[in-house]
Design a protein around this ligand. Sequence first.
Ligand code: NAD
Length: 283
Amino acid sequence: MLSAMSFDIHGKTALVTGAASGIGRETALALARAGASLVICDVHEENLATVAKEVRELGRSVIARRVDVSDRAAMKAFADEVHHSIGAVDILVNNAGVALSGGFMDTSLEDWDWILGINVYGVIYGCHYFLPPMIERGRGGQVVIVSSAAGYTASDMLAAYSTTKFSVLGLAENLRLELKQHRIGVSAICPGIVDTAITRNTRQRGPTAGSAFTEKLSEFYRKRGFGPDKVAKAIVRAIERDQGVVPVTPEAWAFYLVKRASPRLFERFAVMAGKQARRKFSV
Ligand SMILES: NC(=O)c1ccc[n+]([C@@H]2O[C@H](COP(=O)([O-])OP(=O)(O)OC[C@H]3O[C@@H](n4cnc5c(N)ncnc54)[C@H](O)[C@@H]3O)[C@@H](O)[C@H]2O)c1
């Protein structure tokens, strides 16, 4: 999905959720370097304060708040405060997210509530509370939703996570059509394996549950060596060029293209990849 719309980040205000770590942190800093003022939130207050300091050191203003994106009342209060003090944001990056490993049969209803609350409702609240003033102001804008290669790749080891990422990819594609009339572009970022803290914070269920799995997974992500700064670059490019669906990392592109070319071949490949991963990470 390429579009002729181009967007200048300089002088704009950008909101990034989950900005205390990984892709969110790097995106906040990349947007600050590109000349944006920042509004950032996260549940990890201490790391968020460090990122706020780094943004200020880049010469940009920043509002940083402890907000749980899955808490509807907290998101409403956050939006009210932001709109009251600086008005509508120009760029909305829905990035905060968590992971859960395991199949459907390994996943409890409490797990579903937790992951849907953050990965899906968090994005819905972000869009619900921050989009109307952006539309009303009539100056256009850009929305980014951080999905995943798991947003178009089924995996029997990531049933709930993958479901949430398919969901927000769908939301992004729908919003993209609906917001065109307001000159607001929407992109879905779909990274593959990126070396961040997400592996250490993943809830583990089923056969892979255990701290040895965390260690093996983190080591695998670290060795893969694709840093969150590269995803941030892709996010900045997606905003500037209004790119739509954006796979990031070579494996994310490979899954994307193979699935489009041959869904059957892709399924065989997904079964093989699942078996291989279970062997590699079995504890
Ligand atoms: N790392 C990867 O390989 C990868 C791949 C594809 C997609 N993603 C997606 O990228 C996004 C960022 O993940 P990351 O890899 O940078 O992980 P990360 O753990 O480094 O960062 C996630 C941030 O979100 C915050 N967060 C978690 N729950 C929150 C909540 N309820 N409210 C507010 N903030 C909350 C965390 O405190 C953390 O600072 C996620 O949506 C993730 O699903 C990551």
